[in-house]
Ligand binder design. Structure first.
Ligand SMILES: *[C@@H]1O[C@H](CO)[C@@H](O)[C@H](O)[C@H]1NC(C)=O
Ligand SMILES: *[C@@H]1O[C@H](CO)[C@@H](O)[C@H](O)[C@H]1NC(C)=O
Ligand SMILES: CC(=O)N[C@H]1CO[C@H](CO)[C@@H](O)[C@@H]1O
Length: 613
């Protein structure tokens, strides 16, 4: 029987419910349990791809091409699992399912209502998805964390709260626990419990009893014993059921903070976790995870050397849209024992027009770029600000500063090369100028089997390294020397295959291509400390204990001499892909024309996203 831990929120959203939920999952993993996660987003969208990144942060892409909320990224990273688009439930998806059933006559003409039809659909969905294997064991998970987005009491979340109320009886008391995350405001040193009392009160009114109350304090001071007692008393729970989660130096400390307050013991008792069968192998794995996590967090505290990375992008004031990029840099910095100093530069600030309009901004932006240990140009949208990115790339190339280009950043590095090395001054992307006569980057959709016509290239795809690259390519070595690697993609535009000959001849190598050799996927410049670009989004597959290889290489190169060589040697020995075996297909199968993992070719690969590069 699967154990369910529902994590709900009260008072306000955005106080780190996702981190508390994924930290809880991680702690259970250290016991040797197999853990999966489901995120419920109580809004009507069916696909995160259609939402504006300014409003919602990053669009996170899954192996199966699902475009989801950045919270699923949190779970994949903490739990080292591979989730599917079904792990994310929105009101829109549930309603669509119910309406489709109604159209097919499955309700036998009865009146279709929120209760029971929508609430049943929610419960069925959770039960079904919680059983899908998500890790290298290929077995059903033991525990499923269900994070309920929004706050209890919202109109939007009402059907989900009711579904959870019923669900506790469906699966039984021993298999259902609820963690309620609440805010404890700190007003001039006084910790206020009233909001928590109110939200727990309304939770009870809706028929849900909290097993644990996680009190979030947005200050570095821990929850005081008297506050804890007060909450315990007024919320009718034992003191051991009240947890404090104050601000800690990094989110990676949150699991340790929760454990020190006894969450593992509590949940073990409450859910009878000691009766779950755990193999010796899983038990050992859990123990080693505990140790490695501790080493990572305590190691990061003793670090004094810094690595200075400049991210040249758009929406840089919406830092959430680069969540996975930031995480990849963070994980890499952990590995190389450096403190990450990340500076955000709005790319248009680097353009000559800004020099006239806002000279101070222009100079600040350039000062950051010039002082950078490494320059990163991530994925992005549309034309605005691309000239600034091109200037930053040229600077990195000329001045031999480590550079990493992701998706649009990769395409722009190729355009910069065509303009400034091949002297094709009008070289550009068909995305910016559909009429251009000199397209270095063209529209090149993927032909979908299930969908008529071309669609966005979305989801896990292989990259095959060119023969001979094993001797010199940094990218290949960072991936442990593998011949084929797998990363997630999300794009419609590609390097123009007709230009590849002259680009390669002039010295920029495409070391990795798709399985047919038609799409350019990894570029690298020899005679440069580190100059690499990827069409894929490797940031979606980074793990705290297994940083994304290109990011690791980039951060290592930016950390000073010798560090990259050290990391390459370590990767050649130890690199493990973050994907379970069956997410990837063998070389022979690729040759026989299986460009996407089994099962996934049947999935609707329907990019609804905005004009992603
Ligand atoms: C591009 O122009 C530069 C400077 O005029 C010249 O040195 C270089 O050879 C040219 N490159 C090509 C590929 O024509
Ligand atoms: C993470 O998952 C991958 C694939 O499922 C597995 O090969 C790897 O060993 C896991 N890593 C850790 C640290 O558990
Ligand atoms: C099994 C199932 O219901 N899958 C759905 C998950 O959500 C996506 C996107 O809304 C649907 O396309 C699937 O049918």
């Amino acid at each position: 029987m699967t154990k369910y831990i529902v994590v709900s929120g009260g008072v306000v959203s955005g106080i780190g419910k996702g981190v508390i939920a994924s930290s809880t999952g991680l702690l259970l993993k250290t016991l040797g349990l197999k853990v999966t996660a489901i995120k419920i987003d109580p809004y009507m969208n069916i696909d995160a791809g259609t939402m504006r990144p300014q409003e919602h942060g990053e669009v996170y892409v899954l192996n199966d091409g699902g475009e989801v909320d950045l919270d699923l990224g949190n779970y994949e990273r903490y739990l080292n699992v591979t989730l599917s688009r079904d792990n994310n439930i929105t009101t829109g998806k549930i309603y669509r399912e119910v309406i489709e059933k109604e159209r097919k006559g499955e309700y036998l003409g009865k009146t279709v209502q929120i209760v029971p039809h929508v609430t049943n659909e929610i419960q069925d969905w959770i039960e079904r998805v919680s059983k899908i294997p998500v890790d290298e064991t290929g077995e059903e998970p033991d525990v499923c964390i269900v994070e309920l987005g929004g706050t209890v009491g919202d109109i939007e979340s009402a059907p989900f709260v009711e579904a959870m109320r019923q669900f506790q009886f469906r699966v039984g008391h021993d298999n259902f626990a609820l963690i309620h995350v609440s805010l404890v405001p700190d007003m001039h040193g006084e910790q206020k419990t009233k909001p928590t009392q109110t939200t727990v009160h309304s939770l009870r009114g809706l028929g849900l009893l909290p097993d644990l109350i996680a009190c979030r304090l947005l200050v570095p001071q821990p929850l005081r014993p008297d506050t804890k007692r007060k909450i315990s008393m007024f919320c009718h729970v034992a003191a051991e059921q009240v947890f404090g989660v104050h601000d800690v130096s990094s989110v990676y400390h949150v699991p340790l903070l929760l454990r020190s307050q006894g969450i593992v013991e509590y949940l073990t008792k409450r859910l009878n976790l000691d009766q779950v069968h755990i193999t010796k192998e899983m038990y050992d794995r859990g123990a080693s995870l505990t140790q490695r996590w501790k080493d990572m967090t305590s190691g990061s505290e003793r670090v004094f050397d810094t690595v200075n990375i400049v991210l040249v992008g758009k929406y840089t004031d919406m830092k959430d849209s680069y969540m996975s990029v930031t995480k990849s840099l963070e994980h890499s910095a952990f590995r190389v024992h450096r403190k990450l100093i990340l500076q955000w530069v709005e790319s248009s600030d680097l353009e000559p027009e800004t020099q006239e309009a806002a000279p101070a901004r222009y100079h600040d932006a350039w000062r950051a770029v010039v002082g950078a240990g490494g320059i990163l140009v991530p994925g992005g949208f549309g034309n605005r600000g691309t000239e600034g990115m091109l200037l930053a790339i040229k600077y990195a190339r000329d001045q031999k500063i480590p550079f990493l280009g992701i998706c649009l950043g990769f395409q722009l590095a190729v355009i910069e090369w065509c303009r400034n090395v091949l002297n094709i001054s009008t070289a550009t992307s068909a995305e910016f100028d559909p009429e251009t006569k000199t397209p270095a980057v063209i529209f090149m959709p993927e032909i979908s089997k299930t969908h008529m016509g071309g669609t966005m290239r979305l989801g896990l795809r292989p990259t095959v390294f060119e023969p001979g690259t094993e001797t010199w390519s940094k990218a290949r070595k960072l991936y442990g020397g593998a011949g084929i690697i797998w990363e997630r993609h999300r794009h419609r535009y590609e390097v123009n295959p007709e230009w590849v000959g002259q680009i390669t001849k002039s010295g920029l190598d495409f070391v990795g291509k798709d399985e047919k050799g038609e799409r350019m996927q990894i570029m690298e410049l020899k005679n440069h400390p580190f100059f690499m670009g990827l069409q894929a989004h490797p940031e979606f597959c980074t793990r705290p204990l297994n940083p994304s290889p290109p990011f690791l290489g980039f951060v290592a190169a930016a950390s000073g001499s010798g560090v990259l060589e050290e990391q390459i040697a370590a990767q050649l020995k130890n690199f493990v892909p973050p994907h379970p075996e069956d997410a990837m297909v063998s070389e022979e199968e690729l040759r026989k024309g299986h460009p996407v993992p089994h099962g996934q070719d049947k999935v609707l690969i329907n990019g609804t996203g905005a004009s992603a590069a």
